[in-house]
Structure formats: structure tokens, C-alpha cells
Write a protein that binds this ligand. Structure first.
Ligand SMILES: Cc1ncc(COP(=O)(O)O)c(C=O)c1O
Length: 370
């Protein structure tokens, strides 16, 4: 047998050097899966019926999907050509980095941030530049602006920041954008925007008009609970989105995903969405309060996840974190609850079922007592 790590054909050395995206683990024993920022609720009302009624799976879906794009465009007050769909917003991140950054060009993002960012440029040879977070696990906008070079082609801003939780505030965003060259693409990744309660947070729909170089990303995966169907969207300048479409794999969005997304925008589904988001936010606040009561320094949590920093890590502003990411993750695994460890930085815990909140607090309490 040949070594499985050595391919039998010539492949790119730079590709072989990079590990593939690592998905949150699936549970091996009964417990909670809090490792992928998924939604614990069943699909929204009307979604399963829409999927079942779609039929014609032997045909390709009509890729333009004007009804869905018009619905999204209406929310942003733009025309339909400002909306681009893809099989998940991560696909659009990939497309935009490819459309703007060639081999040797740089794209900038905070770090830790969404785990997929560093590998987005791999296939094109674009270089990921991760700028360490500042105190409170927030974006360090001075350092990010200082890191812009002649080769910077894309800046990815994640709000709220996955995995650490804080939002980008509107004033921070405005000051930063004033330092970004007008011909540099900025992507505001708002995958978790429905969970945001901070009134100071930047909102894509409020700033899009002021910045022709901005694309706002949203997804149906998180609050809408359609992660398994793969559908997300970008809103921005039509010429930028046309370039993203040029490097996209054709026909990525399925008709079933389109129907589910359309059903999710119906009034009854939206009402249920609001209730579910409120429930997740309530659980998130209970988790944050419970963890802080245990003496941990938990940053502002504005997504459907909570960040437990490692003591003294770059993403913790003080020393009141856990002492070992690996040891805490092992305690979670032992209890049958899966979370996402970031070695040397912290542990991200998704907000899941109501019963998962006391379970998480009990595991962390037990860990700290040892
Ligand atoms: C910040 C951020 N952006 C984008 C995505 C991609 O989501 P999707 O491709 O499911 O739309 C995720 C998924 O976890 C995320 O955390």
C-alpha cells in the first residue's frame, strides 16, 4: 500500500502544504453538538413543505433565481443585480478572494477569526495576513490599517467575530474605512447578524451605500437553520459580484435550497425566526453570565456562540481564562458535548438546546474545580 499522505500524481506543493478545512466534530456519544455554530431548532414553518413540493430534481435549477434575489434586494433597498447567491457564504468569500487577489497579493483579516479565512487564497496563491485581535478579543483596527500594503486586495471583516464574539461598532468601521484605499475590496461578513443585540454594531445595509468597495455577506445557515442546504448571499456593486460569479463553480445553488430560502422569508417563517433568535440570545446571555460568575473573562458575545479564552492568550485581555484549551475540550468530550477548541487561544461553545446551557456550565465548573 502506498503512503496515503503521498499522492500518486503530481499535485501543487503549496496545496499539499495546507490542511483542509476541519469541520466541527460529530458526537460519538449522547450529548450536545456545540462545535459548528448550528441552529438547534427544526426548520422554520413552511420550509419542509417547500422542499417537498419542489419536485423536478432531475432538472438543473434556473441559476438566476430572481424572486429570491429580489426579496433580498428589497431588504437592502437595492436592485436585484446587487445580490449574488452561492452555496453558502463561504463560497462567496472564496470567489471574492479569487476575483481580487492573484498570486502574491495579500488579503487581510483579524486572527483568530473564521477558520476558513487563511486557506481561501491557497488555490490562487494569494497570501493570508492575519492581524492579531486586540484586548477584549476585538478587531485591532489601527494594526489592520497599518498592515495594508500595496499588495492588499481584500480585507475581510467578521462581525460578530467568529470565534470570539464581539461586534465591529459603526464608529470603528467608519474610521477604518476612511483609511482603506477606495479601490480595495472590503467584505463585511455578517453570518451571525440576526443574533446581534448591540445597538452600536455596524449593519451592512446602513453602510453599503457609502462604500462602493464594500460587499456584505449573509447566510441562511445560522439563524435560519439551513446550514445543510448550503445557501448564502453577497450584496454589493454589480460589477464586483459579476467578477465573483466569473470564478464561481457554475450551478452551485440547488433548487431545493432556493425554495427553502424563499419559504424562510415568508411572514410566518419570519415571526418564528424572531422567536427563535430571541431564545438563542437569552441562552447566550445565561451562558455568558454563568461563565463570568465562575470567574472567567468572557468577551462580549453577539453571535450564537461564546468564547472561553485561554489565560494570557492574545485573544484574552487579562489572565482570567482557562489554563489549557486541550484539557477543557477533553472534559467537554468526556461529557459527550462537542465544542470547538482553538489551540493556544480558547474554546468556542455554540449556543444550542436550552438544556445545553446548564450542561456547559456544569462541565466548566467541574473543570475549574480540578
Ligand atoms: C463568520 C462566518 N462566515 C461565513 C460562514 C460560512 O457559512 P455558510 O457557508 O454556511 O453560509 C461561517 C460558518 O461558520 C462563519 O462562521
Amino acid at each position: 500500500m502506498s503512503d496515503p499522505a503521498v499522492p500518486p500524481v503530481r499535485l501543487r506543493a503549496d496545496v499539499l502544504a495546507v490542511p483542509a478545512y476541519r469541520q466541527g466534530q460529530a458526537p460519538t456519544k449522547p450529548g450536545f453538538k456545540l462545535s459548528s455554530n448550528e441552529n438547534p431548532f427544526a426548520p422554520l414553518p413552511g420550509v419542509l413543505e417547500a422542499i417537498a413540493g419542489r419536485g423536478e430534481v432531475n432538472r438543473y435549477a434556473a441559476a438566476a433565481m430572481p424572486e429570491l434575489r429580489a426579496g433580498i434586494a428589497g431588504e437592502f433597498g437595492v436592485t436585484l443585480d446587487h445580490v449574488h447567491l452561492a452555496a453558502g457564504s463561504v463560497a462567496i468569500l472564496f470567489q471574492l478572494v479569487h476575483a481580487a487577489a492573484a498570486a502574491g497579493d495579500e488579503y487581510l483579516h483579524a486572527w483568530p477569526s473564521f477558520e476558513a479565512y487563511p486557506s481561501l487564497g491557497l488555490a490562487s496563491g494569494a497570501v493570508s495576513v492575519g492581524v492579531p485581535l486586540a484586548a477584549g478579543a476585538r478587531h485591532d483596527f489601527d494594526a489592520m490599517a497599518d498592515a495594508i500594503t500595496e499588495r492588499t486586495r481584500v480585507i475581510l471583516l467578521c462581525t460578530p467575530n467568529n470565534p470570539t464574539g464581539p461586534v465591529i461598532r459603526a464608529d470603528e468601521f467608519a474610521r477604518f474605512m476612511a483609511r482603506v484605499p477606495a479601490d480595495t475590496l472590503v467584505v463585511l461578513d455578517e453570518a451571525y447578524r440576526e443574533f446581534v443585540t448591540d445597538p452600536e454594531a455596524v449593519r451592512g445595509e446602513r453602510v453599503l451605500r457609502d462604500h462602493p468597495n464594500l460587499v456584505v455577506l449573509r447566510t441562511f445557515s445560522k439563524a435560519y437553520g439551513l446550514a445543510g442546504l448550503r445557501i448564502g448571499y453577497g450584496v454589493g456593486d454589480p460589477a464586483i459580484l459579476a467578477a465573483a460569479a466569473s470564478v464561481a463553480i457554475p450551478l452551485g445553488v440547488t433548487g431545493i435550497a432556493e425554495s427553502a430560502a424563499l419559504a424562510s422569508l415568508e411572514p410566518a417563517a419570519r415571526a418564528a425566526l424572531g422567536e427563535r433568535v430571541a431564545a438563542i440570545v437569552e441562552r447566550r446571555e445565561a451562558l455568558v453570565a454563568g461563565l463570568r460568575a465562575l470567574g472567567l473573562e468572557i468577551p462580549e458575545a453577539q453571535g450564537n456562540f461564546v468564547w472561553i479564552p485561554e489565560a494570557g492568550s492574545a485573544a484574552a485581555s487579562g489572565t482570567d481564562g482557562i489554563s489549557s484549551v486541550a484539557a477543557l475540550a477533553a472534559d467537554f468530550a468526556e461529557a459527550g458535548t462537542l465544542v470547538r477548541p482553538f489551540p493556544g487561544a480558547g474554546v468556542r461553545v455554540s449556543v444550542g438546546e436550552a438544556e445545553s446551557v446548564p450542561a456547559v456550565l456544569a462541565i466548566v465548573r467541574g473543570h475549574l474545580a480540578r
